[in-house]
Write a new protein. Structure first.
Length: 392
């Protein structure tokens, strides 16, 4: 089958990474002829996308959904779909959902699959309304956690359209180089050597929904209890300077390290003692999976699909969003009990291997494609059931 994946851009975000990864898995499987397209060709993941060996990655740039250029790009995309006889179009984020579903209808694509990856906090009421119209044009809406699926259903999307496909994680991405020492890893990351105990958060600094302020408030409490603790914020975005100023206000300037976008994630996690996610809203966090796959104990806010990944007390701890006191208490406990932290990390890695592998993601996706294509051939689309739960 000819399958096209449409992403907004190739910036280093969870949606973009999952789109590129799924395209790679499908191509390697030999089950599909894979096409990639985007609305914006910029981003650090473009080179990885190009390395997949797809024929081309056409760009359909938008300035708005409501101007003549949008109609022009939609015609271009529909023509491209027809020219390459695309059977399945899958989109991965808000902008590609809205543009891609409308254009795929125009291009008479047999199977149209939209996606939803967050539970809230990032879209205006108008954007939510527009996206719901895109979901009406889709034959299925893929979500990356049951929590996101429940939110979609509450927002009016038919339950029979919602399909849970958990993010898959390439374990090789978080396997550290065993030949380099801890000090060498620290030096490669721009972090100081010594007896520091590193508490790490990997999250973009672009959106307040990641709530780094709660992380920093917890860091202040942790540092008072454990002076050897140091704090690493990996990510980039417009909030970096305000957060750096807040860290200074809290007296953490000498113990807090803003390292920007991290291309050496395996090295970073290898030197981290505890990993944190402090978001007020999530879909299903790739960062949590990476922490677990690297055998790190996790303390995360109980939002989105975090509870579907973490088992309380076994692979990590869950706290209420905004509760810096509880977050700090759990981190302090893990820093003071490294053996317990190690066991938690090992259980986390085992969970990722069993439940969140790339093989599981590929299998569930292919089952969905085949089921929807079969319905298309029968010329009567009935609501799609959750293929993950039904084992189709």
């Amino acid at each position: 089958m000819n399958v096209l994946h449409l992403t907004n851009s190739f910036h280093q975000g969870g949606s973009e990474r999952q789109a590129v990864q799924l395209a790679r898995l499908l191509k390697q499987s030999g089950s599909c002829r894979v096409y990639l397209a985007c609305l914006d060709r910029r981003g650090a993941l473009l080179d990885e996308a190009l390395s997949l060996g797809v024929e081309e990655i056409p760009e359909f740039p938008l300035t708005s959904f409501y101007d003549l250029n949008a109609l022009k790009q939609m015609r271009r995309f529909a023509d491209y779909i027809r020219e390459h006889e695309i059977a399945v179009v899958q989109t991965h984020d808000f902008y590609s959902n809205v543009f891609g579903m409308a254009a795929a209808v125009r291009g008479r694509v047999a199977v149209r699959i939209a996606s939803k990856r967050e539970t809230g906090g990032m879209r205006t009421s108008v954007q939510k309304y527009v996206e719901r119209q895109a979901y009406r044009l889709a034959h299925a809406v893929v979500v990356n956690s049951d929590a996101v699926g429940r939110q979609l259903i509450q927002d009016g999307v038919r339950a029979s359209k919602v399909v849970t496909v958990y993010n898959g994680l390439d374990l090789n991405r978080v396997v550290a180089d065993g030949t380099s020492s801890r000090d060498e890893k620290l030096a490669s990351l721009g972090l100081p050597a010594g007896d520091h105990r590193f508490v790490t958060i990997v999250a973009n600094l672009e959106h307040k929904v990641k709530d780094h302020a709660t992380f920093l408030r917890a860091a202040s409490r942790i540092h008072q209890a454990e002076p050897a603790a140091a704090f690493v914020l990996a990510g980039e975005g417009r909030l970096k300077d305000p957060l750096r100023a807040f860290a200074t206000e809290l007296g953490l300037e000498g113990n807090t390290f803003f390292i920007g976008r991290c291309d050496r994630i395996a090295a970073l996690l290898a030197v981290s003692d505890v990993c944190v996610l402090s978001s007020t809203a999530e879909g299903f966090s790739n960062a949590i999976l990476e922490y677990m796959a690297a055998a790190r104990p996790v303390v995360a806010t109980d939002v989105g699909g975090a509870r579907e990944a973490l088992t309380e007390g076994e692979t990590g701890h869950l706290v209420a969003a905004g509760d810096d006191e509880a977050l700090a208490a759990h981190v302090i406990s893990l820093l003071r009990n490294p053996e317990r932290a190690r066991i938690m990390g090992e259980h986390g890695r085992q969970t990722v291997e069993e439940k969140f592998s790339c093989d599981a993601q590929l299998s569930t996706t292919m089952n969905l494609y085949r089921k929807l294509l079969e319905r298309s051939r029968r010329s009567t689309f009935r609501p799609v059931e959750d293929v993950r739960q039904k084992g189709v």
